[in-house]
Design a protein around this ligand. Sequence first.
Ligand code: UT7
Length: 350
Amino acid sequence: MLRSKIAGMGKYLPKNVFTNNDLTKFMETSDEWIQERTGIKERRYADRTGETTTTMAIEASKIAIERAGITPQDVDFIIFATLSPDYFFPGCGVLLQREMNMKEIGAMDVRNQCSGFLYALSVADQFIKTGMYKNILVVGAEKHSFGLDFSTRGRNVSVIFGDGAGAAVLQPSEDNSRGILSTHLHSSGAHAEILAQYNPGTHANHWMNEQVVADFDEAEIGEMFMSHSMIDKAQLFPTMDGTSVFKIAVDKFPAVILEALQANNLQPTDIKLLVPHQANLRISQFIQKKLRLTDDQVKNNIQKYGNTTAASIPIALCEAWEEGRVKDGDLICLAAFGSGFTWASALIRW
Ligand code: UT7
């Protein structure tokens, strides 16, 4: 069976470091609270006007493409995962295609938030396996800092997230015992609203039991998508019931990892490195304990970069590879959980 492999990886983190103490200038919070609840010490924020989700993705992609031994013109498909696109539409994939002078190849954006990179990887894997494409660029990138509520009102969400980008080039593996062994994708919309950004959108309160979004009574047609009331009531920011998300995350993360291991007749002890989506250090530690993994078996870097949503797995995997923690023949497990809810895993024999 033809398998796909990750032939090259790249990452880009903006230079601007924002510590927990820096956040206290804008909101009532503390370094102690943030570190205790999330493990985060600092995060990176993109240059406000000089960098976008796509420009950061381009920097990561250049490195991934070079490490894969190809040029941008060799890429024959782009899959771009983000929840913070440059434009509401079109997606970031086409901007990346244009700015990197790629051929007129297919470009697809994936909107699966924290699981976005694994969904994208899974789609790319299928295209490689069928022989349809030979060089697929898979990207996860976020510029969260542009869309967060930095007042005390938004502190439970805003302290968590950071900006950055990661990229991988997928190619057919010459050795069919190596490469992506399997991917596992799940969703449950039962709790779609507890980690979400409702506006701008076309919902017109359709799914809301109470008045959680703008008051449309007096709204003109067209104002329902984006209204002054939404701005006045700070309803253009993400919202999260963190405690409920935490409880479901610590159930689904281990389950989807075990599902991948069972599908390949493997055990947690076989994992060389688990790279979980960097949601919260406490969640990673919970998964590690549940699966009885050693510190050496788990990659965490949320302390430095915060939660970068679709970018977190490719950034962490790339960093682990750069640190020499990912070697030929190693069993690497990737796992994610987030808004949707969607959750996913992938097993790779490197
Ligand atoms: O990648 C996307 C998936 N997202 C996640 O995986 C997030 C999962 N959830 C979490 O990581 C945690 O729930 C949080 C870190 C977001 C919050 O931790 P928590 O222990 O669940 O705190 P909480 O929301 O229950 O809030 C506890 C208290 C509240 O004060 P009172 O009501 O007890 O007086 C909050 O107002 O902490 C307060 N609080 C803060 N205090 C200082 C909330 N945010 C902050 C803050 N600084 N940034």
